[in-house]
Design a protein around this ligand. Structure first.
Ligand code: SF4
Ligand code: SF4
Length: 408
């Protein structure tokens, strides 16, 4: 059927070493819900030995795309690109009603005007204790997710250029994101402030839009490519040394722009210069924090930061340098929380199982703050804690750093 490269499929030697890293295999224990099993399914679909029946599609849909199987694989199977190539193929074999619903979701999430209208009512209930209590009493995951939305209104947009006090050591184009821009604009402002504190000139290109990550998760490959092309053009036009994102999901896709749009020089350039904000700040170094933060902090590693971008030590190193912060161990710190792009919206049952697993481990860690460098993880873990009535804060490491460094 030729929807995925045979050469990549054939790198799997069926050793099974990836199985223990796969969240859906850990939960279900079935081969067809493991990386090795899914690779078998893809190969059989490719060879025409299998048809994309609802059961086959189900096993592929249940894959989080978390890429935890990649670092576990000794043969270097590029599993992320395999499942990404399979998504549009799977999309074509869904009942049209489901296909339409997924397209509508992609449109809502990636179109600014529609997203802002959708976010309005969420802001009314977000962060309110009464909604959280109701969510816990009714065991409603949707109410818990709504209560997890940050309460602060969006501040004024960032200026196009923010200069450090002295001569800049380099320039960074800031990716403001789509969901991040709508719900976590304070984190974007904090990212800009910290980069400036590290001596970097920050450029915020207008009309960059969505990077395409959420559309890719939903199998809307053409929409993802169109969004990526537009974002790449806006980001490349700044001529910045780095393209910086604070959302793990966006950062992973930006690094992959060269594969997504191999013929687009802007996209290829952006992929080369894409950096995660925490990774870059750890590398540049920050002056000493201006105030201590007394907290026991557990670090949750977002899949698209740890597995897809290989950024693991930067959040810990930066947080450990803040006086008063004590890092505590979090079991399964790099196992998916169930957020996974749009997974917690399209696969709520498995997302809830993985969230329950994560919340158990957070409760056992004794942390009073969980640090998670991805908007989706922040909302998902907050919702899980609200539903369990656990008094643990969930914050982006950038926001903790901004407070310690007194950065607006
Ligand atoms: S991407 Fe994640 S859920 Fe999918 S097979 Fe790999 S480890 Fe399992
Ligand atoms: S994906 Fe890698 S680890 Fe998993 S079975 Fe294939 S070769 Fe082994």
């Amino acid at each position: 059927m030729r929807f995925v490269e045979h050469e990549k499929l054939n790198t799997c030697v069926h050793c099974g070493l990836c199985l223990a890293a796969c969240p859906t295999y850990l939960e279900l224990g079935t081969e067809t819900d493991s990386p090795r099993g899914r690779i078998h399914l893809l190969r059989a679909l490719e060879d025409g030995a299998l048809q994309p029946t609802p059961a086959v599609v189900r096993h592929l849909d249940l894959c989080l795309g978390c890429r935890a199987c990649e670092p576990a694989c000794p043969s270097g199977v590029p599993y992320g690109s395999l499942i990404e190539a399979a998504r549009p193929f799977v999309e074509r074999h869904r009942p049209w009603v489901r296909r339409l619903a997924r397209r509508a979701l992609a449109a809502v999430l990636t179109t600014r005007a529609i997203r802002m209208v959708a976010v309005g009512p969420l802001r009314l209930v977000g962060g309110r204790q009464v909604v959280g209590r109701l969510a816990a009493r009714l065991s409603s995951r949707w109410l818990a997710l709504a209560a997890a939305v940050p309460r602060e209104p969006n501040g004024s947009p960032l200026p196009a250029t923010i200069d450090p006090p002295g001569p800049p050591r380099a320039t960074a184009a800031l990716v403001t994101g789509c969901v991040a821009e709508s719900l976590f604009s304070a984190t974007n402002r904090a990212t800009a402030g910290l980069l400036v504190r590290a001596g970097v000139r920050v450029l915020v290109p207008p009309r960059q839009g969505c990077c395409g990550a959420l559309a890719l998760h939903l199998g809307a490959a053409e929409r993802a490519r169109a969004l990526a092309r537009k974002a790449a053009y806006a980001l490349a036009a700044t001529g910045a040394d780095w393209v910086v994102s604070n959302a793990a999901g966006c950062g992973a896709v930006l690094r992959d722009y060269g594969h997504l749009l191999p013929d687009d020089p802007h996209a290829v350039g952006v992929a080369r210069r894409a950096r995660d904000a925490l990774e870059l700040l750890a590398e540049l170094g920050l002056p000493p924090a201006e105030r201590p933060l007394e907290a026991r902090v557990a670090v949750h590693d977002p899949c698209h930061l740890a597995h897809a971008q290989g950024v693991r030590s930067a959040p810990r190193d930066l947080l450990a340098a803040i006086p008063g912060i004590r890092l505590v161990e979090l079991e399964e710190h790099d196992t998916c929380c169930g957020s996974a792009g749009t997974y917690n919206l399209t696969e709520p049952a498995m997302a809830d199982r993985l969230l329950a697993r994560k919340i158990e481990r957070i409760a056992a860690s004794g942390a009073d703050v969980v640090a998670a460098a991805n908007p989706g993880c922040l909302l998902q873990i907050r919702a899980g804690l609200i539903a369990r009535r656990l008094q643990v804060a969930v914050e982006h490491p950038i926001d903790l750093l901004a407070r310690a460094h007194r950065v607006a």
